[in-house]
Structure formats: C-alpha cells, structure tokens
Design a protein around this ligand. Structure first.
Ligand SMILES: [Mg+2]
Length: 123
C-alpha cells in the first residue's frame, strides 16, 4: 500500500487527482495546498512514498519546492512526479534535471498514473 502526497494549489484539482488515485487503487493520500504546506505535511508524515507536485503554485512554485525537497536528506529520497496543466516544457525539463522522476499532464486518467507509479516503483 503506498501513500501519496498531492501538492496543488487548486482545491478542485486536488479533488480530481485524489479521485483518480483512488480509481488506480491508491487510498492513502495526504494533501498540501502549496510548497510550504508540503514541507509541513512531510514533517508530519514520515511514510510518504511518492510526491505529486504541481508546477504552478503561489508562494513556493513546483521547481522551488522540488529543489528544497532534494536538498534535505529525509525528503530527497522520495520520488517526485511533476504535475503540469500546460505545455511548459522548459520548466518540466528543468524539474527533471533538478531530480524529479517523471511528469504528468493534468488532467490525467487512472491508467496513465497507475503506469507511471508502477514504473517508478520498479526502478
Ligand atoms: Mg497550480
């Protein structure tokens, strides 16, 4: 059973992602509304297996948050999938260079996320 932290500033998008993860068989989900909240949720939940991180967020955006996560030993090991709603390829490439394992374009279906998670857990 894996536990996923979903970081997205949109309440609606978090609800959609949560529902899609549920459909993919993932029941344990923690939500955070931005990068700062994500760090707080990670400090409260030491058993997060995967982080799904929105690219566009106020306060701390996806790339800034990712770099922060990768700079701390306790969070650096947790795989991160970037979630993007637009075709902002340059930011996504920068995120992959900065340590993100994969990216996904929102909205996505359960087959796509299930396959990505399976691939991540294999490696
Ligand atoms: Mg956003």
């Amino acid at each position: 059973m894996i536990k996923v932290l979903v970081v997205d500033d949109s309440n609606t998008m978090r609800r959609i992602i949560k529902k899609t993860l549920n459909q993919a068989g993932i029941e344990e989900i923690v939500e955070a509304e931005d990068g700062i909240d994500a760090l707080k949720k990670l400090s409260e939940n030491s058993d997060i297996d995967l982080i799904m991180l929105d690219v566009n967020m106020p306060r701390a955006d996806g790339l800034t948050t990712l770099k922060e996560l990768k700079s701390m030993p306790e969070t650096a090991v947790i795989p991160v999938i970037m979630c993007t709603s637009e075709s902002d390829k340059s930011v996504v490439i920068e995120c992959i260079r900065s340590g993100a394992k994969d990216y996904i374009v929102k909205p996505f279906n359960k087959e796509v996320i299930a396959e990505k998670i399976q691939n991540l857990l294999k490696t």
